[in-house]
Design a protein around this ligand. Structure first.
Ligand code: SF4
Length: 220
């Protein structure tokens, strides 16, 4: 039986993005294909579990696959979706992804209800942003429910920021979440409001500035 690399399973409130405050169960998978400078996840420490062992711990309606990069183990999403009890519990699947692995996306696109997709900035990640473009195009072609998260600090000039979001080409109605890199001080500079304005000027109609609330609360 296939076993998957699992860092942790925990239930908590969603601390990021448009589902902020919703009670969810998080399944954090090991390994990642990127190395972002702000990464706060130890995705190299994991245990091996089967899909059934993992699903037995699910006690909330919404299951969030997070990482690491969950699409590196896309088989798990498919397996869980097909478990008999999944249907009985009327679960919903949300996938938090770095939005770079288009071929793996194709394998699970029909099994995920909501996609939380990063749009990485080159300043903080070893990324070819055209990979995001391909990823978002696949989601739009299938009319999937997704939103985009841009994680940034305030140390990018406005010109650099405009250049960084050049490949962010999604439907103007797509929710765009501007998420500051977490700081203990709770002080966020006005630079973020300028980034927010740049996104509005690009034509996006639903742009939100939302810090990581779970970190302020000191919960997982
Ligand atoms: S994509 Fe996420 S898990 Fe992977 S290195 Fe970047 S922040 Fe860490």
């Amino acid at each position: 039986m296939q076993k998957y690399k699992i860092v942790e399973i925990f239930d908590s409130i969603q601390g990021e993005g448009p589902y902020l405050g919703e009670r969810q169960i998080f399944i954090r998978l090991g390994e990642c294909n990127l190395s972002c400078v702000y990464c706060d996840t130890d995705f190299k420490r994991y245990v091996l579990m089967t899909a059934k062992e993992i699903f037995d711990q699910v006690n909330e309606k919404t299951i969030v696959f997070t990482g690491g990069e969950p699409l590196l183990q896309s088989g798990l999403i498919k397996e869980i979706r097909k478990l008999e009890h999944f249907v009985l519990k009327k679960n919903r699947i949300m996938l938090e992804t770095n939005a770079t692995l288009s071929s793996q996306l194709a394998e699970v696109i029909d099994y995920v209800d909501v996609f939380s997709c990063d749009y990485k900035l080159r300043k903080y990640a070893n990324i070819d942003q055209k990979e995001h473009q391909q990823f978002f195009a696949k989601l739009e072609a299938k009319n999937k429910n997704f939103y985009v998260k841009i994680i940034t600090d305030d140390d990018i000039s406005l010109e650099e920021f405009k250049e960084e979001i050049k490949y962010l080409q999604v439907n103007k109605n797509t929710k765009i979440i501007l998420q500051p890199i977490f700081k203990e001080s709770l002080q966020y500079s006005a630079q973020f409001i300028k980034y927010h304005q740049i996104l509005l000027n690009k034509g996006f109609e639903k742009v939100f500035f939302i810090p990581q609330v779970h970190k302020f609360l000191g919960v997982n």
